[in-house]
Design a protein around this ligand. Sequence first.
Ligand code: HEM
Length: 216
Amino acid sequence: MPAEREPRPRSPASSSSSKRPHASSSRSSSTSILPTLVNWLIIALVTNLALSRAVTQSWTWGYEGKWTNPRKIRDLLFPSPPLTLSESQLALHDGSNPSQYPLYVAIDGDVYDVSDGGMRNYGPGGAYSAFAGRDAARAFVTGCFKTHLTHDLRGLSDGDLEIVENWKSFYAKHAKYRYVGRVVHPPIDPSTPIPEPCDGGKAQPGAAAGAGSGTG
Ligand code: HEM
């Protein structure tokens, strides 16, 4: 006598399969556009990157701003609170011990971390190492890399002060440098003399700074 077969249970999938195409037909037409769109966007993005790389040797058509710098993007998304430094704290950041104290440049009170990209110019032996670990705003205008390493801007013309502002904006907009905070200076005694002009300060390249040669 043949064994009696138990009726095979119908899986929920098979039981509903006959109904599914009709039930979902209106929804699938609208949702299927999305993956196609995503595919095209990915293709467009990859093509754009490849073309840019082939034409400009850069992935971003030569643009190098904050939006292509991962560190800048991180700082924009997760900003760290600005620091307030004393002059002696700032001095530790002169590039002599960069693993412990990142390289800082200050101008008119604003302090920037220039470790990323600035080591050659501001690090020890660099052309502008005199600007590291201090606020030498005056020398930014006068080019007196020895005697004007001070934030004292007394006696400068409006045009000179505009130069300071331009430098400040240079650091603020720089793709790699990062705003750290402010350095607090002791107040300048108005009875102290204004720093003397130095001979030919502006005529000398910044290279005089680190080498210890050149103008006062
Ligand atoms: C008031 C006088 C000057 C000041 C305050 C000054 C300041 C500076 C500073 C701060 C930088 C570094 C900018 C950065 O972070 O990338 C720089 C770069 C440079 N400076 Fe000057 N500079 C002066 C005069 C000169 C002169 C007269 C020359 C040329 C004869 C010169 C040639 C250069 C060059 C070639 C660089 C780019 C270095 C590099 O990144 O490869 N500078 N300058």
